[in-house]
Design a protein around this ligand. Structure first.
Ligand code: TRP
Length: 368
């Protein structure tokens, strides 16, 4: 297992709190499929983080149960291949719980309070509001549990969006502290950010926050063509661009942000433009209407979403197979993470029942 240190291992995950959307697609899913098919990795794991989802949904486990299958279908339909990528379910992997508990001792509440992503999420969920029930300790400490997710697989690479960087920083700190205190068992993970700027933080169709189910501004991978059309047509553009002849702004204009993220030069064949830059130029000068841009965007998005919809449709007829994929992937993860846990417990001197040499040790201790 020590040789795992020189391997290229990926671990990523998602909370099953809703269907996955285009933000997930540009930010992570698209990349995961590329990485999976690159042949450059010794092992790729995707964790459906249902325990993490419970940290702010403790009273609604059914929501997580329902979305477990939605997220699994989303993975399979974008091209995650269970023969190449191990898909597993967090709650069914006991080693993760044990590790989380040990890591709790490797971090202070003060340090956890400084995590900017958590701060923002606490605020978004209103846990800091007067009159709220307060902040669940499980939610506050989920970065510790996420460290367990990553390190249990000895992952050195975590493809994720920039909002996950504070989580990775926290993970590295815990790893260093553990390795220094007990012995070199854990691997320091690095984030692998999306390669395109536009993919870093896809805004919602309202142009405001990042795309999210709870903000109601998402285009889901499972949206049909009619729903997609409606959403794109309602998209936020440039509020100052009142008449077609007016000069328009491309920056902060959702339609162009999306075209940046999704279009290729090929999408412009048969249009008045050779590429996106030329179209932007025309929009800036004036004389190009929003509807025309939106129609192109719909075409681009359907090019991407059509095969995903088709594949999803097929998988939806094979739910028992999806169940088996999750079950087998989880069994594999259980074995693997138990190995890491045992190594940890060994250097922590709490591996009492691994071997009975401790009997002699105790006898000597008592007779000293
Ligand atoms: N926090 C991630 C999210 O909000 C989900 C997640 C859980 C994760 N465990 C992980 C991501 C480990 C990367 C690595 O979607």
């Amino acid at each position: 297992m020590a040789d795992k240190k020189n391997k290229n291992i990926i671990l990523t995950g998602d909370r099953p709190t809703g269907k996955l959307h285009l933000g997930h697609y540009v930010g992570s899913l698209r990349r995961r499929v590329e990485l999976q098919n690159s042949g450059k990795f010794d092992e790729i794991n995707i964790l459906v983080a249902d325990d993490q989802a419970l940290t702010d949904n403790a009273d609604n486990p059914q929501k997580i149960r329902d979305n477990m299958i939605e997220v699994a279908l989303d993975y399979l339909s974008v091209g995650i291949d269970p023969d190449k990528t191990n898909i597993c379910v967090q709650s069914q992997i006991p080693a993760l719980h044990a590790m989380t508990f040990y890591y709790m001792n490797m971090v202070t509440t003060e340090r956890l309070s400084r995590n900017p992503t958590i701060k923002n999420e606490i605020h978004l969920r209103g846990f800091d509001k007067a009159g709220s029930d307060g902040l669940p300790a499980g939610f506050f400490t989920y970065p510790v549990s996420q460290t367990a997710d990553i390190t249990a697989f000895k992952a050195n690479c975590v493809p994720a969006g920039e909002d996950q960087e504070p989580m990775l920083e926290q993970a590295r700190e815990i790893v260093r502290r553990f390795n220094m205190t007990y012995g070199e068992v854990l691997v320091e993970p690095k984030i692998m950010l999306p390669d395109s700027k536009a993919a870093l933080r896809l805004p919602g169709i309202d142009g405001k926050e990042k795309m999210s189910k709870s903000l109601g501004n998402a285009i889901f991978l499972s949206d049909d063509a009619a729903t997609l059309k409606k959403k794109v047509m309602s998209m936020y553009t440039d509020p100052a661009h009142l008449n077609i002849a007016d000069p328009g702004h491309v920056e902060g204009n959702c339609v162009f942000t999306y075209l940046d993220a999704f279009s290729t030069d090929q999408d412009f064949e048969g249009t008045d433009y050779a590429n996106l830059d030329e179209m932007k130029e025309h929009y800036r000068k004036g004389g190009l209407g929003d509807v025309k841009c939106k129609k192109l965007l719909i075409k681009v998005l359907n090019r991407i979403l059509d095969p995903i919809r088709e594949s999803r449709h097929e998988w939806e007829k094979k739910i028992p197979d999806v169940y088996d994929i999750l079950k087998a992937g989880t069994a594999h993860a259980v074995a693997e993470t138990n190995e890491t846990l045992h190594e940890m417990q060994k250097v922590m001197r709490i591996n009492y029942f691994d071997d009975d040499s401790v009997i002699k040790e105790w006898q000597d201790w008592i007779e000293r």
